[in-house]
Ligand binder design. Sequence first.
Ligand code: ZN
Length: 189
Amino acid sequence: MESRASTTLMSTESRDYVCPQCGETSTVTTSPYLHTFRYGSGESAVDLTVELPLRRCGACEFEFLDDEAERLEHEAICRHLGVLSPTEIEKIRKSHGMSRATFAQVTGLGEATLNRWANGVKIQTLANDRYLRLLALPLNMQRLKRFGSSAQTSSSSVNHNGGKFQALNESDIVRHQQGQRSFSLRKAA
Ligand SMILES: [Zn+2]
């Protein structure tokens, strides 16, 4: 088992923190708190140390950690595993100006999966992490977009209902339509 310390820059944005005990907002101050926690189990277990923002309410003296601490802890785990953090994954998506739905469609990654990564509910596998790193390169994304648009035109015959008979029926329909070319519905100019 090894021990690893990491320093993290805490966000300096000013916002009002609400004391969960007494509900006061103006009395909450923040100070750095060095937190060590165990990650993993057995021989692969490590102690990770991360600096967290500890909030303290001046009115009732209640001390608490919030969602920012949760995010920083999760990022420490991602750093330890050598994978992209949720913020870094989102940065890749946003660099292409894509919504999560579009990003999911182009990359073949499920939208639900992307949501779980972004919320820190799940951490991507090493294979997906490497895939994501390749997706950061604009040229790779352009290729995927082109691949996606050509795959979509042919996918209707592959995905529709699956079975052989369905596929035969579909090609029948196509042939039938082609045979009807003389009965064009296009209006005469
Ligand atoms: Zn309080």
